[in-house]
Design a protein around this ligand. Structure first.
Ligand SMILES: Nc1ncnc2c1ncn2[C@@H]1O[C@H](COP(=O)(O)OP(=O)(O)OP(=O)(O)O)[C@@H](O)[C@H]1O
Ligand SMILES: [Mg+2]
Length: 260
C-alpha cells in the first residue's frame, strides 16, 4: 500500500470513529495479497474486525453497567451438583430467545443452591447478545422505586427501565417489605409484562410472596403477570456454600420455609 493510501485510511477511519479499521486495513492487506482475496473479501474481513471489537467492548460495557455483585458464568455452573435442574433448559435460556419473547425466568430454592449464580450467568449472556441488563436485590429495587416515587418521578423511572431488555431482581423473600413496596413493585412488573424480561430469584414459594409484600391481592396480581410467560425453575438440595463443610442442614432449609 502506498504511504498516501495509508494516510488516507488513517484519516477516514478516524472520521468514522473506527480506529481498528486502520490497524486491520494494513495488517489484512498483506494477508489478502498473499492469499489472493477478492476486493470484497478483503473489505468484509476489515469490517468484520471492527464489528467484532465493537461487540466485545459493548458487551463489557453492558456487563459493567449491569451492576452484578460478582461475575458468574453458566460455564462455571456444575450441573451435577443440581441433578434436578435440566441442563438443556438452562443452555436454551442462555441462547437468549426468552429476551426476544419478553418472557421471564423465576429461580426458586433454598440458600446456596445457585439462584444468584444462574441469574448472573444468564445476565452476562444477555449482555453479550446486545441487551442492556440491570441487576439488583429486591430490597435495592424497592429503594430505587421509592426514591423515584418521593421525587415525583416514578412514572419516568418505570419508562426509563423499559429500555433495559433484562432486569434481575435477586432475593425476593429474605426481607419483608413495607406496604407501599407491593404497589411500587407491581408497577414495575406490570410495565414490563409482555414487553421486556425479568429474572427473579426467591427462597420462598409463590404462596408465601403475599407475606413478603404485605399485600395478598397485589402479590397475586403480580405473580399472575410474572408467570404468564415464564420458566419457573426450582433448585433443590444442600447449599453449595456448605458443600465441603460437613454441615448438612441449615435452619432455613426446613421444607416449610423454602421454595420446595
Ligand atoms: N451448581 C453450582 N456450581 C458451581 N457453583 C455453584 C453452584 N451452586 C452454587 N454455586 C456457588 O455457590 C455460591 C452460592 O450460590 P448462589 O449465590 O448462587 O446461591 P443462592 O441460591 O443465590 O443462595 P441465597 O438464597 O443464599 O442467595 C456461589 O459462589 C455460587 O457460585
Ligand atoms: Mg442469592
Amino acid at each position: 500500500m502506498s504511504a498516501d493510501t495509508i494516510k488516507q485510511i488513517e484519516f477516514l477511519s478516524r472520521a468514522l470513529k473506527a480506529p481498528r479499521i486502520r490497524d486491520a486495513a494494513s495488517r489484512l492487506a498483506d494477508q489478502a495479497r498473499d492469499a489472493g482475496w477478492s476486493h470484497e473479501e478483503y473489505l468484509a474481513a476489515v469490517l468484520d474486525r471492527e464489528v467484532a471489537a465493537r461487540d466485545a467492548s459493548g458487551a463489557q460495557l453492558r456487563i459493567r453497567a449491569a451492576g452484578f455483585p460478582s461475575r458468574k458464568t453458566l460455564d462455571d455452573f456444575i450441573f451435577d451438583h443440581q441433578p434436578a435442574l435440566k441442563r438443556d433448559q438452562i443452555i436454551h435460556l442462555g441462547g437468549g430467545l426468552f429476551l426476544e419473547q419478553a418472557r421471564n425466568i423465576v429461580l426458586l430454592g433454598p440458600p446456596g443452591t445457585g439462584k444468584t449464580h444462574l441469574a448472573i450467568g444468564l445476565g452476562i449472556k444477555a449482555a453479550h447478545a446486545g441487551h442492556r441488563v440491570l441487576f439488583g436485590t429486591a430490597v435495592e429495587w424497592v429503594a430505587r422505586l421509592q426514591d423515584a416515587h418521593h421525587r415525583g418521578r416514578l412514572a419516568e423511572e418505570i419508562v426509563r427501565l423499559r429500555r433495559y431488555g433484562l432486569i434481575i431482581v435477586d432475593e425476593v423473600g429474605y426481607i419483608p417489605f413495607e406496604q407501599d413496596a407491593a404497589n411500587l413493585f407491581f408497577q414495575l412488573v406490570s410495565s414490563r409484562y409482555e414487553h421486556a424480561s425479568l429474572i427473579l430469584t426467591s427462597n420462598l414459594p409463590f404462596a408465601r410472596w403475599g407475606d413478603v409484600f404485605g399485600d395478598q391481592v397485589v402479590a397475586a396480581a403480580m405473580i399472575d403477570r410474572i408467570v404468564h410467560h415464564a420458566d419457573v425453575i426450582s433448585l433443590k438440595g444442600a447449599s453449595y456454600r456448605l458443600k465441603d463443610s460437613g454441615i448438612t442442614t441449615l435452619p432455613s432449609a426446613r421444607p416449610e420455609n423454602t421454595a420446595e
